[in-house]
Design a protein around this ligand. Structure first.
Ligand code: MRU
Length: 377
């Protein structure tokens, strides 16, 4: 059920309502509707100016929503893809398991092409495939029900995961410090709380008075449009800065810790996150500020040996040249390089905070231990 959806523009048809005054923490980023036939998402490309819910029914609509960043952030992408797999196969008329599985595989493979970097997408789709296989002795109707439940579980687990990351994160910091974050790894990127923003939200609930600096995060401004918006709506002291101001803010002594989310962590601890993150890590090291990567185990890819194995998405040049102005921001036909992510090398990362504990260098060892802890849980 969508929380507080009643006073927000819900039905689509292209009309949207103005900015809503509610706390983003009270909203759901991704939800299946009561009839199990529509995926409801907040269109994040319109925030903070408009809060508009999209109702998606087909795998094609869900693919587009992920590709266009209407739903974004690694965990939220995984949840949307899981529901996409369910909705994509829900009306299958397959008469037997083999036909059903073949159809499912097509849906899965299609959704897997929506974005390449966040491993949560592939992790969630693999979980959905495992669910089909585990239930192969059941009727097709029962497999469909199991798939819906699996997607619900992926979402429900994410709430626990983010809270746990927040609690571990809080053990690393003092109340009332300055914190810098990049991109958006908050409520809007997850089922609840976020990853990098979870320690901030949990500390805020305890009465801590963090001063948060949100990098605007060019070119798509997730920091300005989403992080500043959600922290402000929660009453957290947040200051928006342009990406190129982080060095000055750190040099001034205003930042005691950096928290970022990530899209994929390799086995050696190299971590891919929103473009610009590696620069922040290098600055943090220069100024002696701890740099923490918040990563659910669903974001850790032990099959990638190092960051060099991570596929970095490149997006269209228009995001850089003409996205935010009515007129172009750059000469016509100028060459553009627009990678959506970069890799922060493990030596710049003070610790990786997961739902099963805090991994410290050397990461090959500590991440393996985190997975052992998960397996034992
Ligand atoms: O391109 P985006 O907006 O999906 O990029 C999001 C990020 O880089 C986040 O930091 C990451 O996915 C972690 S979200 C908890």
């Amino acid at each position: 059920k969508l929380v507080n959806a009643a006073n927000i523009h819900v039905n689509l048809g292209g009309v949207s309502m103005e900015m809503n005054p509610q706390k983003v923490l009270d909203m759901e980023t991704v939800a299946l509707d009561d009839t199990n036939s529509e995926l409801i998402i907040i269109d994040q490309t319109l925030l903070p100016g408009e809060t508009k819910y999209l109702r998606l029914t087909s795998q094609g609509e869900i693919w587009t929503a992920i590709y266009e960043l209407q739903v974004r952030g690694a965990p939220a992408i995984g949840i949307a893809a899981a529901y996409g797999a369910y909705l994509g196969i829900k009306n299958s008329a397959a008469a037997d398991y083999d036909a059903f599985y073949a159809e499912f595989k097509k849906v899965k493979d299609y959704l897997a092409t929506s974005r390449p970097t966040a491993v949560n997408l592939f992790w969630a789709l693999d979980r959905m495939e495992d669910c089909v296989k585990c239930n192969r002795e059941k009727s097709i109707a029962d497999i469909k029900t199991a798939l819906r439940k699996e997607a619900d579980d992926i979402k429900a687990e994410d709430i626990w995961v983010c809270k746990s990351i927040g609690e571990y994160g809080l053990t690393l910091i003092e109340p009332n410090i300055g914190i810098l974050t990049h991109c958006n790894a908050g409520q809007l990127a997850t089922a609840k709380y976020g990853t990098a923003l979870a320690p901030i939200y949990l500390g805020h609930e305890k009465g801590y008075k963090f001063k948060v600096f949100a990098d605007e995060t060019r070119p798509l401004l997730q920091g300005a449009r989403l992080t500043a918006y959600e922290l402000k709506s929660a009453g957290v002291d947040v200051t928006l800065i342009c990406d190129n101001m982080a060095s000055m803010v750190m040099k001034n002594g205003w930042v005691q810790a950096v928290f970022v989310g990530c899209d994929r962590v390799a086995a050696n601890g190299d971590a891919a996150n929103k473009i610009g993150t590696s620069g922040v890590a290098i600055l943090a090291k220069n100024y002696g500020i701890p740099f923490y990567v918040c990563a659910p185990t669903s974001t850790i890819d032990m099959n990638c040996a190092t960051g060099q194995d991570i596929h970095i998405e490149e997006r269209k040049s228009e995001e850089v040249t003409e996205k935010w102005y009515a007129t172009r921001m750059a000469p016509t036909d100028v060459k553009v390089f627009n990678p959506a992510f970069d890799v922060t090398d493990a030596p710049f990362i003070t610790a990786i905070i997961t739902e099963y504990g805090i991994a410290k260098p050397p990461y090959n060892k500590s991440l393996t231990e985190i997975f052992a802890k998960k397996d034992a849980a």
